[in-house]
Structures are given as structure tokens and as C-alpha cells.
Design a protein around this ligand. Structure first.
Ligand SMILES: [Zn+2]
Length: 396
């Protein structure tokens, strides 16, 4: 190389360095935020959580739905969220344990920081953490929190309450009325402890919250006008969950997760500034704790339908490009694997062979899928706190 061209090259390199330093100065120390700025911001953020839905739960469900069928391009058939452009996986450990419970994992997803098992959106020392729901609310968005199990179960509670113990549902329930964060809060039941339906009804009335149960589920959208908040639990047989999809009784007036989510979206879209919605299938976890594969798959496929229907809603409302949609799990439950069938083709509708290795949770990483503004942040391997980071950056 000549001296002249070497000098030119050095100058060029120096220019690049200057440009890079300037870019860093403008973007600040957080490369996540810099990337986010490039991608634009989201009007709405929707987080779907399949509780206990590890990789095997997802893939067993896809195999049940499609078998070994391929699409016209020769690719394996995909569930609605498997078609999202961004995919990654998340570590799920808690601050004080490798294997997480739903409280610590829900807190990490909702607040972006690790805490101990059993704690609801508070740090290990008991200090409350600011949740994504509170951030969304402060930024003028409407907030929705849904679960197919009790609305004061650990996962949903992390999105509207702060409590040192997931078992203290009395305190968690009080926060629904004392400082309401959610505009729409619905579930497949409620753990009452010292609360009664009458007390809940009275407190809701005092707080200006409209209260719904199975009997008037169909009237929610017409009965709720203006800014009135909505609280509902739909639990005809008081088993703290919407009926499992595989054993839903004909004529049951409990809504499905699909129906509950449709109603929530219709209410939340009324806010011109946008909304944050967390919708959880808690029943996948419950089925896996029982090592019941058909039930778990039935619920995961219900979550798949819920996501598909939500994408249709967003397309209809012309909000597909302005909405960050994330689908993930809080942790894996059951240590599920798919050992078979061997020497047999799997057709659509066939149950793959499924085995469990525990009745509890495991430390298996979970998948995450994302689409829309800010979704790139979730590509590859991340900690579960990255879900909060992506959502918070998108709501900036
Ligand atoms: Zn969980």
C-alpha cells in the first residue's frame, strides 16, 4: 500500500470513528433505545402470555393442528404467532431461584427487574416496581389485563398490583379498587379469601367500576360507555378458571379467552391515544401441573386462536403497523417432551406422544415471538426482562 493511499485510508477510518462516536453520543448509552428510535414507536402494545408454555407445549400444539403438513413453499405449517417476523428465546430464572414461579416471572415481564419467587411486582426488599401498565397509563394509554384463570392469580396480579406475597389475595384484590390501574380487568374467576361477591360489587360501585359476571357478559360493550372501568369474572362453577377448551360443556355461559379478548379490544380501542393489553392463558400451566397434555394443547390452541383474531382486529382497525404484539411464556411447566411417534407419520388432528418429567415448573427457556414497532429487540437469546424493555421503549 502506498503512503498516500494509507493516509487516505487512515483519514477515512478516523472519519468513521468520529461518526460512530457522534452516533453514540446522540443515541446515549442504551443501544436498545437507539435501536428502538430507529424502529419508531407503538401506539398500542399487546402482550400474550401462555403460562407454562415452553417450546414443547407450542410445538406439540402445532403438530396436533397440522401434523407433518407443509405449506405451498414446503415449510412446516405454523401457528398464528409462529408467523411473526421476530423470534427469540428467554431465560426465566428468578432473583432467588433458578426455576421461577409465576409471580417472579410475571414481575420480570411486567416491570423489567428480577425479584424473588412469590413476589408480585415488588423488589426482593418489598419496594414496589413501576409496571408497564402504570407506564402505559401515565402515557395516556388505556390498560387491559385478562386471564383465563383467576384475575388475582400471580401472573395477572403483576400487571395491576404490588404485593410481597402472591398468596395475599386480600391485599391484591383491594388494589383493584384503591388505585385502579386497569380500565378493563377480566378473568376466569377470583380468589376471594375474606372478600365476597357483594363486597366486590359494592367496592366496584364506589370506585366507579362496572362489574360483570357470566350472566351479563354479552352486554359489556353496550353497557360500558365513556371512561367507566370494567371488572368481570366469569366462573359459572367457581373453579377459578374458564372451562378447559377440551371439556367445555355445551351451553356453558362462561366466555372463552377468544371472546374475552375480543370484548377487551372493543373497549380499549375507544381510547384515541392507544392501549396496553396483557392477555394470559393461565390454563396451560394448570393443565401441565396435572401432566394433562390434551388439556394443555387445547389451551395453547385457544391462545393461538386469540392471537389470530387479535391480528384480524388490528388489520380491520388499521392498527397493525402501530401495534407491538408479543407472544411468550412466563416459564415452562411439566418438563414436557415429544418422544414420539417413532416410525409413524403424524397427521393433522393426531396427538403426538408427550411425556412430562415433573409436576412443577422447569428452568427451560421459553420462546418469544414479536411483530411491530420495537419487536427487533426480542430477536435471539435474551433474559425475560427484555420483554418489559421492548414494551417500555415502544411506549416512549
Ligand atoms: Zn406461570
Amino acid at each position: 500500500m502506498s503512503t498516500k493511499s494509507h493516509t487516505r485510508l487512515c483519514r477515512f477510518a478516523a472519519l468513521i470513528v468520529v461518526a460512530a462516536v457522534t452516533a453514540t453520543a446522540i443515541a446515549g448509552p442504551s443501544s436498545a433505545k437507539a435501536k428502538q428510535a430507529k424502529q419508531g414507536r407503538a401506539k398500542n402494545v399487546i402482550l400474550f402470555i401462555g403460562d407454562g408454555m415452553g417450546p414443547a407445549q407450542v410445538e406439540a400444539s402445532a403438530f396436533k393442528a397440522f401434523g407433518q403438513k407443509r405449506d405451498e413453499k414446503g415449510n412446516p405449517m405454523k401457528l398464528s404467532f409462529e408467523q411473526f417476523p421476530v423470534m427469540g428465546y428467554l431465560t426465566t430464572f428468578a432473583a432467588n431461584s433458578f426455576v421461577s414461579d409465576s409471580a417472579a416471572a410475571g414481575s420480570a415481564l411486567a416491570c423489567g427487574k428480577k425479584t424473588d419467587n412469590g413476589m408480585i411486582s415488588v423488589l426482593p426488599d418489598g419496594k414496589p416496581m413501576r409496571s408497564i401498565s402504570e407506564i402505559a397509563r401515565a402515557k395516556g394509554r388505556a390498560v387491559g389485563v385478562l386471564s383465563s384463570v383467576a384475575l388475582n392469580d400471580a401472573t395477572p396480579s403483576c400487571f395491576y398490583a404490588h404485593c410481597g406475597s402472591r398468596g395475599n389475595q386480600d391485599a391484591i384484590t383491594s388494589q383493584i379498587f384503591d388505585a385502579p390501574v386497569a380500565d378493563v380487568l377480566m378473568g376466569g374467576g377470583i380468589v376471594r379469601k375474606t372478600w365476597t361477591d357483594d363486597k366486590i360489587r359494592t367496592e366496584a360501585e364506589k370506585a366507579g367500576i362496572k362489574f360483570f359476571t357470566c350472566g351479563n357478559f354479552s352486554q359489556i360493550t353496550s353497557a360500558s360507555t365513556g371512561d367507566a372501568k370494567v371488572l368481570g369474572y366469569f366462573d359459572a362453577n367457581d373453579n377459578k378458571q374458564l372451562e378447559f377448551e377440551t371439556s367445555r360443556t355445551a351451553g356453558s355461559n362462561e366466555p372463552s379467552l377468544v371472546q374475552m379478548t375480543a370484548v377487551a379490544l372493543d373497549l380499549l380501542k375507544r381510547n384515541p391515544k392507544g392501549f396496553f393489553l396483557m392477555a394470559e392463558s393461565g390454563s396451560i400451566d394448570w393443565a401441565c401441573h396435572r401432566n394433562n397434555a390434551p388439556q394443555a394443547i387445547g389451551e395453547a390452541l385457544e391462545l393461538d386462536r386469540t392471537v389470530a383474531q387479535t391480528l384480524e382486529f388490528l388489520a380491520r382497525e388499521k392498527m397493525l403497523d402501530s401495534t407491538l404484539v408479543i407472544v411468550t411464556a412466563d416459564h415452562e411447566t411439566g418438563g414436557m417432551t415429544i418422544p414420539g411417534p417413532y416410525k409413524k407419520i403424524l397427521s393433522a388432528g393426531d396427538m403426538p406422544d408427550v411425556q412430562f418429567s415433573t409436576k412443577g415448573h422447569t428452568g427451560m427457556p421459553v420462546f418469544v415471538w414479536a411483530r411491530g414497532p420495537g419487536s427487533e429487540l426480542l430477536r435471539g437469546k435474551n433474559d425475560n426482562t427484555a420483554v418489559f424493555d421492548a414494551m417500555a421503549a415502544a411506549l416512549e
